[in-house]
Design a protein around this ligand. Structure first.
Ligand code: PBG
Length: 343
């Protein structure tokens, strides 16, 4: 008979008898045995490093709500890409802080082949061809209202936004992006991006879908970093997912995969581990989490106050993603973790 089963389902069973035969603490007694039975590992190969871009040269601007994170001009972003490659970090994801003068209601600067994202991709791929570059495909860094799409009469218009995002993806591929990552949550964007890339000859450029992106309070510091904090009117609830919903998140993933997504992402990360586990179990696709700015800020702020051990909390949070089923994590901790893991 299965003792485990009996122990679980017979409440009257003598407790001494159960512990006598089955002592789970045996394997926890020593460091060597803990290492031997450890189920998940965090390695440098699990890391994607999101970096913020700024105009100018030799510029390194601190992001107040994200201690240790900076906006970098393209020349310094290249230096960081070189450092990331030396550390063995597989890929970077870039996010631009676009000049306010270039932002408009339609986000038209996203269609400039020489915009900040595309210039950074070119420079990084020229200097460090071996590192993966992931470019973001949403309009919010380019619009003067901070929304991810084209705003008309108070509505984020879906299909026109999709056409713009698809056209922008082609420019990003042209600049050398290895993966384009549409993060705008418009319906039909993945299929449109796939078609546009294929038509332009970029069959080998992959798509990472921000398939389940929730309307979340945890993006606050990011908006300071890319300068949309003071711009955003209202919220993003008409296009991002309601954070109360899990079935709907599965429908988003199913649709994005049907349209051709190569990999999927859950965002934010730690408050959504249930979504990650469900996504991995149901679809068995390459699955990523974005440990977003607010998650980073919470750990950093508590650590700065001496309330938690920041380094341990960082590692524990990243291991949680692996345990939940992630293949990798977008995290602002990437270079710090990589340095630690390399001893
Ligand atoms: C928008 C976008 C967001 C983030 C990256 N791209 C969310 C938003 O501004 O609403 C958040 C990343 C983070 O918080 O670290 N396309």
């Amino acid at each position: 008979m299965n003792r485990m089963h009996t122990a679980r389902f017979t409440p009257s069973r003598n407790v001494d008898e159960i512990t006598g035969s089955r002592r789970l603490r045996r394997m926890r007694r020593a460091d060597w045995s803990r290492r031997l039975v450890q189920e998940n590992r965090l390695t440098v190969d699990d890391l994607i490093w999101p970096i913020f871009l700024a105009e100018g040269e030799n510029r390194r601007e601190a992001v107040a709500a994200m201690p240790g994170v900076f906006r970098l001009s393209v020349d310094l972003a290249v230096k960081e890409a070189e450092r990331a490659a030396r550390l063995g970090i597989p890929a970077l994801a870039t996010f631009p802080n676009v000049d306010m003068a270039l932002r408009d209601a339609a986000g038209s600067e996203i269609l400039n082949p020489e915009n900040l994202i595309n210039r950074a991709t070119r420079a990084i791929k020229a200097a460090v061809p071996e590192i993966g570059v992931i470019t973001d495909g949403a309009l919010d860094p380019f619009t003067d209202h901070g929304h991810d799409g084209i705003l008309r009469n108070g509505v984020i218009v879906n299909d026109e936004t999709v056409a713009t995002v698809a056209a922008a993806a082609v420019f990003q591929a042209q600049a050398g992006a290895d993966i384009v990552a549409p993060s705008d949550m418009m319906d039909g964007r993945i299929g449109a991006v796939r078609d546009a890339l294929d038509a332009a000859g970029y069959q080998d450029v992959a798509i990472m879908s921000y398939a389940t992106k929730f309307a979340s309070a945890f993006y606050g510091p990011y908006r300071e970093a890319i300068g949309t904090q003071g711009l955003l009117k209202g919220d993003k609830k008409t296009y991002y997912l309601d954070h109360a919903n899990s079935d709907e998140a599965m429908r988003e993933i199913e649709q994005d995969l049907a349209e051709g997504a190569d990999m999927i992402m859950v965002k934010p990360g730690l408050p959504y581990l249930d979504i990650i586990r469900r996504a991995k179990d149901e679809f068995a696709m390459p699955t990523f989490a974005y440990q977003v700015s607010g998650e980073y800020a919470m750990i950093e702020a508590a650590a700065a106050n001496g309330w938690i051990d920041g380094e341990k909390a960082m590692l524990e949070s990243l291991m949680a993603f692996k345990r939940a089923g992630c293949d990798g994590i977008l995290t602002y901790f990437a270079p710090r973790v990589a340095e630690m893991l390399r001893g």
